[in-house]
Design a protein around this ligand. Structure first.
Ligand code: BGP
Length: 458
């Protein structure tokens, strides 16, 4: 069967500044943390060992072209542009981003730009990071500077990439700096991130720029183990905490009342100011990026909560391992293709069918060299992964979901936070020693799909 996509469908991939650029002086939390705890990073490989986009941006954009991308998302590094977060703008950074943006446009590849992809300038973290409202203001200033510098040529902006991840990693589950485990502080960070987002949207609207502004959220549909009310309630609370804590403010302009009531009853609400509600209402977006990797399966708790233990989302549910689930064993994530459809249907039915696109989807695999045939990685598993997801995406579109494109994570194998280079995601293989780039089979498949705006599958 042939799966054809709407005209002008966005075909592309996503990456981020910190994971690809290298050659950066402005210090981020990642540089600081790596210098102190290299053991936290796979094989002790840190954030300066990148795929050298800072040097190779021009040839990399040629490769994007070869992959028939019509769009490409990357981020601006706040720490490169404004090394101390709040002071002088670095003119070399302005030159660099101008060149990248201009070259993308010249090659017919629409630039999608994220303002914050996990890379907090260390000077801002020293002030308390997202716990401090001064950092919210510094971010709003940074956003405004980006709009002024690049807003004439960048027409698709994203305030944050996966803003729940720094909350989870940095303040609940100990996989990002500052490695705090404290729900109330996590809630404050999440809340201030929403305020920062809303301030950036406000600044964008005030500037009357020609483009649109949105956010990229990682949505993990929450599936209950059964339809038993206790399981359903557990899934509902997981959904409130991990999806709707950002989805509702950015699409509806307010938090879900039952999330607020729940946190209030456990005295976990962040400090609010009377004017915040108005600001959050102003933060409604034009375009939603959806990152989808895995579903969340939950069941009700079987055991009592230890009231002495730190308050955690898991007070309200247990993770459920569904027998027979399909796994990506390298990343430890379940692969569940219909999830992409369920997300789109939820957006259509419960959020007014917003303009959206899949901004990340992907499969990280270890030791891909074992699949080399005639000098090329034959990653048939990745082609399967993409085409299966695309069939569900196609079904959503044919049922009226307003999904405008599909971007993969990622373009060239890149540095992946604490996993460094353990799992490779790229359409293009990176030889870390020589920096040589070689297109994988999946890259060729994607290029053909983008060119034809369709693919064939039985
Ligand atoms: C997303 C991030 C990316 C990327 C990807 C793969 O959450 O937006 O930055 O890294 O996941 O995940 P990981 O690198 O953790 O395997």
């Amino acid at each position: 069967m042939k799966y054809a996509f709407p005209d002008n469908f966005w075909w592309g991939s996503a990456s981020s500044a910190l994971q690809t650029e290298g050659a950066r002086e402005g210090e981020t939390t990642w540089d600081y943390w790596f210098a102190r705890e290299p053991n936290r990073f796979h094989n002790g490989v840190g954030p300066q060992q990148t795929s050298t986009f800072y040097q190779n941006w021009k040839t990399d954009i040629q490769l994007l072209k070869q992959l028939n991308h019509n769009s490409f998302r990357t981020s601006i590094s706040w720490a490169r542009l404004i090394p101390d977060g709040i002071g002088e703008v670095n003119p070399e950074a302005v030159d660099f981003y101008n060149q990248v943006i201009d070259e993308l446009n010249e090659q017919g590849i629409t630039p999608f730009i994220t303002l914050f992809h996990f890379d907090m300038p260390m000077a801002m973290q020293e002030l308390g990071g997202w716990e401090n409202r001064d950092v919210v203001d510094a971010y709003a200033r940074y956003a405004q500077i980006c709009f002024e510098l690049f807003g004439d040529r960048v027409l698709h902006w994203f305030t944050f990439n996966e803003p729940i991840v720094p909350v989870e990693g940095g303040y609940l589950y100990d996989f990002h700096y500052p490695n705090v485990v404290d729900f109330r502080r996590a809630a404050t960070v999440a809340y201030h991130t929403v305020l920062a987002h809303a301030k950036a949207v406000q600044a964008y609207r005030a500037g009357h720029y020609a483009g649109e502004i949105g956010i990229v959220l990682n949505l993990t549909p929450s599936y209950p183990r059964s339809q038993n009310p206790a399981d359903v309630k557990a899934a509902h609370i997981a959904d409130l905490m991990f999806n709707r804590s950002f989805l509702d403010p950015v699409l509806r302009g307010e938090y879900p009342a039952d999330l607020v009531a729940l946190l209030k009853s456990y005295d976990q609400l962040p400090a609010c100011k009377p004017e915040d509600g108005f600001l959050i209402a102003e933060g409604k977006i034009d375009l939603l990026g959806v990152n989808y990797y895995q579903p969340r399966r939950v069941k009700c708790r079987d055991s009592a909560v230890n009231p002495q233990a730190p308050f955690m989302p898991e007070w309200f549910f247990d993770n459920y391992e569904m027998p027979g689930r399909k796994m990506n064993p390298y990343r430890g994530w379940e692969i569940y293709e219909p999830g992409i459809y369920d997300i789109l249907v939820n957006l259509r039915d419960n959020y007014g069918n917003p303009r959206c696109f899949i901004s990340e989807n992907g499969m990280g695999v270890e030791n891909e060299q074992r699949f080399i045939e005639n000098g090329q990685i034959n990653d048939q598993y990745r082609i399967e992964f993409i085409s299966e997801h695309l069939t569900w995406l196609h079904k959503g579109i044919s049922e009226g979901c307003n999904c405008l494109g599909y971007h993969m994570w990622t373009f060239i194998d890149n540095w992946s936070w604490c996993n460094a280079y353990k799992n490779r995601y790229g359409f293009i293989q990176l030889d870390l020693e020589t920096q040589q780039r070689t297109i994988k089979k999946s890259g060729e498949w994607f290029a053909a799909t983008a060119l034809n705006n369709s693919f064939e599958k039985e």
